[in-house]
Write a protein that binds this ligand. Structure first.
Ligand code: COA
Length: 718
């Protein structure tokens, strides 16, 4: 404990340093250490004031998230939070001025500790925030009570419901920070902060100034009331299906209406309710899964990587253009190659249009767009390809074309250049062989729109070098993506499982559910868009052409029965929004205003009759159960075959690739929430009802038999 929280006297001020790397998270020992150190300072005749500061590059990034797993019941959690509240009150009651000195981040419990100090000083680039809601909980150490008193109801509501960190200047204006410590030339930032905080604390001691946040009166009640009502109304639209953001509002409201003590009690009760919820467990799981994903078992942390200084993209279609934008947005110069000038012009026009939209939303200025676009060099030749560190191929999804492209790339690039394919279904190893240097080849599978979607599947070929994978993971981060390393199976992980998801949606439609019902049920479940709405946006023709091509080379996306309805729509020229009709009817081509189309229902009925399926009313619950079970069963196969490293990797792929609701934790975590035994029972039931394509994944059967889950250590060891 002595190491976690240090105590020393500097210039008559007690300096308490929290040293719990990497982010000074508040473990129970840190809480205790702070408590003891503050009491020691209060009783130390040599100390006239107290400064609380973080070691390393940050203040406190919050409670130790792992500790929440130890809170098993609401009652236990409620009881334990009493201790934290009392501790913070003891700090606040210090008879000597207590100053929090903030650099890096003061997040969650970190900001709550700072709020219990009498004053807060910060470096100009620090950030403060209450991100608990992103973990499905609310501030549980007084944040919903002290923050409104410091910053007003509106700011507190915003911070506690959107979870976004606030930079120092805004925090100063809001009243959360009292003073920004200026930097002096030639001094380290941390030294400056400490010196500034000590001077500030001594000044307060001289003036005998102490300010307890809990005693600051709440601002105007009527304005607070309006802000609360407005926040609830907004959350009704943006936070459907979530509990935590609403609980944060309830706690803030309780404090404003009934005072600090009653409000604190309400906060503790609401925190206790949230911390044991599935919503919070799922979000905490994703927090760690996202950090785990970058750790690939056979690729050590110290694997050498190379810096990607220049890039090239072959193919300026929707995906290629988006990938080029991704590089340019990250400040990396990129060559964009097309076969002829006309195709190149079309691609560039789309890129320009996309940036115009970004500008119209105020997210980029004209100057930023000009600077970014200048990083994209259009070309119809391979000139300059010998200078790039990576090429991403994004030509049509055609094996021969891609192989020919890789053969050319093998000749025009340097031997150490990474050659990546954006293929979504084809065999990376075939491209690797075609290139003549397979160790440099892998898949970089982006999701549409490539410049927006955060997922990057990094597809490992048979011979891909470890350095190439490690470099790709580092590059993904630089490009603002979450890189997940997957195996080279058909459809990789995301699309392989998606085929099962879509197939189940089509079959449910044939069996009697409607397009609108299925889309509604899945958006209520939390997806941004249902399967049919999604296809109407992406284009029914895209999938149909890939299916046709795959059939021509003897492949299919999923074993078992396939609905003919999507192909019939394709044959009718109903490609979705762009043609004004697809699964829905649209007001006009390109319009998003949709209405159900009885013709689709009729086609579904015809196809059902052909397959001898009797149509029936299908309950919403069956739709969710069938679709999520299909995902989990195929996910189990992906895992058992080693194409994903961990179940958590699959969850991250679905959260970032398809907007699978984060509060359900991803398809594998959700299956565990339902119970793997229930999932297996469903698979068996569906097999009986629908046929052998519902065979259970052996891994699922084994885990249920052994009473284990997808996340147990040995889950994927056969
Ligand atoms: N509790 C436990 N571990 C934490 C943590 C916390 N509050 N915050 C970060 N960590 C761990 C991460 O898991 C990671 O561990 P690893 O190296 O073993 O994978 C390590 O600290 C570094 O975090 P990382 O997110 O990779 O670093 P970063 O510099 O990109 O981001 C933060 C730092 C603090 C901005 C980010 O970690 C964060 O947002 N943390 C959560 C903050 C929060 O929600 N606090 C409220 C909790 S109620």
């Amino acid at each position: 404990m002595a190491d976690l929280v240090r105590y020393e006297l500097k210039d008559g001020v007690a300096v308490i340093t929290i040293d719990n790397p990497p982010v000074n998270a508040l473990s129970p020992a840190v809480w205790e250490g702070i408590d003891h150190a503050v009491q020691r300072a209060v009783g130390d005749p040599a100390a006239e004031a107290i400064v609380l500061i973080g070691a390393g590059t940050t203040f406190i990034a919050g409670a130790d998230i792992k500790v929440f797993d130890t809170l098993k019941t609401k009652a236990d959690s409620f009881a334990r939070s009493a201790g934290t509240h009392a501790l913070l009150r003891r700090m606040e009651d210090s008879s000597k001025p207590l100053v929090a000195a903030i650099h890096g981040n003061a997040l969650g419990g970190g900001l709550e500790v700072a709020q219990a100090c009498h004053f807060r000083v910060a470096t100009k680039d620090a950030k403060v925030g209450q991100p608990e809601v992103l973990l499905g909980i609310i501030p549980g150490a007084g944040g919903t009570q002290r923050l409104p008193r410091l910053a007003g109801a509106r700011t507190a509501l915003e911070m506690c419901t959107d979870g976004k960190p606030v930079p120092t200047p805004k925090a100063l204006a809001a009243g959360i920070i009292d003073h920004i410590v200026p930097e002096r030339e030639g001094f380290s930032r941390a030294d400056d902060l400490l010196a500034g905080a000590i001077a500030f604390a001594k000044d307060k001691a001289r003036r005998r100034e102490i300010r307890k946040s809990r005693e600051v009166p709440n601002a105007d009640a009527a304005a607070s009331h309006d802000a609360i009502a407005a926040t609830r109304a907004a959350l009704g639209k943006t936070a459907r299906g979530l509990r935590a953001p609403f609980a944060a509002v309830d706690a803030i409201e309780a404090g404003i209406q009934h005072g600090f003590d009653k409000g604190s009690e309400r906060e503790r009760a609401l925190f206790a309710e949230c911390v044991v919820s599935n919503e919070s467990k799922a979000l905490r799981h994703l927090f760690f899964a996202e950090r785990e994903v970058a750790k690939v078992p056979d690729i050590p942390k110290d694997t050498p990587t190379r810096e990607i200084k220049r890039a090239a993209v072959v193919g300026a279609g929707t995906m290629g253009g988006g990938i080029a934008m991704t590089y340019a947005n990250a400040g990396i110069p990129v060559l964009l190659k097309e076969v002829d000038q006309a195709a190149l012009d079309r691609g560039l026009a789309t890129i320009r249009k996309n940036y115009d939209v970004t500008m119209s939303k105020g997210k980029m200025t004209q100057e930023q767009v000009d600077r970014t676009m200048a990083l994209i060099t259009p070309t119809t030749t391979y000139d300059g390809f010998d200078e790039v560190d990576i090429v991403t191929e994004a030509v049509f999804e055609n094996l021969d074309l891609k192989k020919a492209t890789f053969a050319e790339l093998g000749k025009v690039t340097r031997p150490d250049c990474i050659l990546a394919s954006n293929s979504s279904t084809l065999d990376i190893d075939q491209f690797a062989q075609a290139s003549g240097r397979p160790a440099q080849v892998l898949g970089h599978h982006y999701f549409s729109p490539a410049n927006v979607m955060k997922l990057l599947e990094i597809v490992r070929g048979r011979e891909t070098r470890k350095e190439v994978i490690a470099t790709s993971l580092k590059l993904a981060k630089k490009l603002g993506k979450v890189g997940v390393v997957v195996g080279n199976c058909f459809g990789f992980v995301a699309n392989r499982m998606l085929a099962y998801y879509m197939r189940e949606a089509y079959l449910l439609l044939e069996e009697g559910a409607s397009v609108e019902q299925i889309d509604r049920v899945l958006t209520e479940f939390g997806l941004p868009v249902g399967p049919f709405g999604m296809q109407d946006i992406a284009g029914i023709d895209v999938g149909a052409r890939i299916r046709q091509y795959l059939a021509s080379i003897g492949k299919s996306r999923a074993e078992g029965p396939q609905s003919a309805v999507p192909d019939r729509l394709y044959e009718m020229g109903r490609y979705g929004q762009k043609t004004g009709a697809g699964w829905y009817k649209y007001d006009a081509p390109g319009s998003r205003n949709r209405t159900p189309d009885p013709l689709v229902e009729q086609i579904a009925a015809e196809e059902a009759a052909k397959r001898g399926v009797t149509r029936r009313t299908i309950a919403d619950d069956e739709i969710i159960a069938r679709i999520t079970t299909a995902l989990a069963n195929e996910g189990a196969r992906v895992l058992q075959d080693g194409f994903a490293t961990r179940a958590g990797d699959i969850d991250i792929i679905y959260a970032y690739g398809f907007g699978f609701p984060r509060h359900s934790g991803g398809p594998m975590f959700y299956a565990e929430t339902v119970g793997l035994d229930t999932v297996l029972a469903r698979v068996k039931e569906y097999r009986g009802r629908f046929g052998a394509y519902w065979d259970a994944a052996p891994l699922l059967e084994r885990l249920v038999a052994e009473g284990r889950g997808f996340y147990s250590e040995a889950a994927v060891q056969t």
